[in-house]
Design a protein. Structure first.
Ligand code: NAD
Length: 493
């Protein structure tokens, strides 16, 4: 999805109408308050909407509603909860055009908003997959099982880069197990999540799902709130560290999905054009604003030049501009992110890196940065050492694959990594040496609802998706059941 166009551009949604009247979802009601903050369009840099901002007292109301609703939500049972999740998914499908249009407004391009299409796939999976029960022993004497019980009220906090998919996955996972939720989207992209609340208001019982909009301070209040029993957070390492520290005193359960600095290693036996296409897509998906995008590329010296040229051709074919002006490549979603990528590029170029792609940026307004292939990048440059989360790909050459594995692992992050080779067995052995939560041979940047996803080192704690993703939202209860009545009744004689 390097090209960020090609989707229902003839949408009939009136986006101004769709964002008007949005409010927080609290205890089954849409609540609007006087405080608000501006939302700007990354395509133009101009303010395009105002978003209501929840106060601490509205958060208290949301937490109280979630706490009240939780016992009954658990009591209705797994099948009834799955039915509701299925209905939520169906309602999302019915309103996808509206959600994508709102998300495109706040994310800057329709292509950048397409992650919304994956959300019902994840929700449907959770609506149809039974919560596992582990049977450890089943003998005439006893059964020993492990069952999943709810944690209580879950605070779900999402970032701006894939706000719909990430939030839907969190909400559906938490609800499946019998938890209730207070959710907060990123202050950069809150409108589509508030629109989901409006869509789901009459499907979810009051209090079971609450959505409040606000900034980092509201997120911190959710984390510290005495009603919160679990925090499901996706975002930056810096915020994740603060959240872990704030959760420590009351030992709240945590799942933290944080940043990445993924490496891909290309061996000499590949077809360069084929692999360049796949790597370009996995690096520049949503303008590189994907946690699991390729951020560093190590290519064997024998095909290095050919690979750089193949990537540069693809990058230079992209048109970073608003879709209305014929653009094919989405902007950065936030002004701080735009400033940071400019800073990282300046830093690297000043230190001797070279941009192999055209340097010129479009003249239009907005947060556009052309997809950039960097060569001559060395450790010590921020663009290599830090998560850059933008449309920049440093490409390094290697002679010995052991050095490439060492370089790939020489980072404080551990989200994902990949090996590209025609020798699949050798590739699998090399992939096993990557220190990260997900390793691929001949692919990258892939997520699926039944496949656990998460990171090692600073990339996070815990996993989303798959069985570990259900366990993350559960307290495991081990149950011993002794079957002989004689153990309690004694022997009559
Ligand atoms: P961010 O950490 O700035 O913000 C994320 C969310 O946390 C927002 O809703 C924000 O308001 C809230 N927040 C910030 N400080 C908080 C605090 N102290 N307490 C509670 N809430 C707080 O991140 P971002 O800039 O929105 O997102 C980009 C980051 O997200 C990147 O680092 C990216 O790698 C990461 N990310 C990770 C994954 C993953 O699955 N590992 C997926 C997507 C994005």
């Amino acid at each position: 999805m390097a090209s960020d166009r090609g989707v229902s551009e003839e949408t009939t949604v009136d986006v101004a109408d769709a964002v008007s009247g949005l409010g927080h979802l609290i205890d089954g009601r849409i609540v609007r308050n006087d405080r608000s903050f501006p939302i700007d369009s990354p395509s133009s840099g101009e303010v395009v909407a105002q978003c209501p901002e929840a106060t601490a007292s509205l958060l208290d109301e949301a937490m109280a509603a979630a706490e009240r609703a939780q016992p009954q939500w658990y009591a209705i049972g797994e099948a009834a909860r799955q039915k509701v999740i299925g209905q939520m998914s169906d309602a999302l499908v019915a309103h996808l055009d509206e959600i994508v249009a709102i998300s495109a407004l706040e994310k800057g391009a329709i292509g950048a908003a397409l992650e919304a299409y994956a959300a019902p796939v994840f929700m449907t999976h959770l609506a149809t997959t039974p919560i596992p029960v582990d049977i450890l022993e089943d003998t005439p004497e006893r059964t020993v099982t492990v069952v999943r019980k709810p944690v209580g009220v879950v605070a779900a906090i999402s970032p701006w880069n894939a706000p719909i998919l990430i939030m839907c996955e969190k909400i559906a996972s938490a609800l499946l197990v019998g938890n209730t939720v207070v959710a907060k989207p990123s202050p950069f992209t809150p409108l589509a999540t508030l629109a989901l609340g409006r869509i789901w208001k009459d499907i979810v019982p009051p209090g079971v799902l609450n959505i409040v909009a606000g900034g980092n301070e509201l997120g911190a209040q959710m984390v510290a709130h005495p009603v919160t029993r679990m925090i499901s957070f996706t975002g930056s390492v810096a915020a994740g560290q603060k959240i872990a520290a704030a959760a420590a005193s009351s030992l709240k359960n945590l799942v933290l999905e944080l940043g990445g600095n993924d490496a891909a290693i290309v061996l000499p036996d590949v077809d360069v054009e084929t692999v360049a296409e796949a790597i370009f897509n996995a690096a520049f998906l949503m303008s590189g604003q994907v946690c699991a995008a390729i951020k560093r590329l190590y290519v064997h010296e024998s095909i290095y030049q050919e690979m750089v040229e193949a990537l540069v051709r693809r990058a230079d074919a992209a048109i970073p501009a608003p879709e209305a002006e014929g653009g094919t490549f989405a902007p950065l979603t936030t002004r701080p992110q735009y400033d940071r990528i400019r800073m990282l590029l300046d830093d690297a170029l000043t230190q001797g890196a070279h941009a192999a792609t055209r340097a010129a940026l479009p003249t239009s307004m907005g947060y556009f940065i052309a997809p950039t292939i960097l060569t001559d990048v060395k450790p010590g440059m921020k663009v290599l050492d830090e998560e850059q989360f933008g449309p920049v790909l440093p490409v390094m050459s290697f002679h010995d694959v052991n050095d490439a594995i060492g370089a790939a692992n020489a980072t404080e992050y551990g989200l994902c990594g990949s090996i590209w080779t025609a020798d699949v067995e050798a590739g699998a052995e090399l992939a096993a040496r990557l220190d990260c939560g997900t390793a691929w041979v001949n692919n990258h940047a892939e997520v699926a609802p039944h496949v656990p996803f998460g990171g090692t080192k600073l990339s996070g704690i815990g996993r989303n998706c798959g069985t570990p993703g259900i366990d993350a939202y559960a307290e495991l209860q081990t149950r011993y059941v002794y079957k002989s009545a004689a153990r309690v009744k004694g022997v009559k004689g």
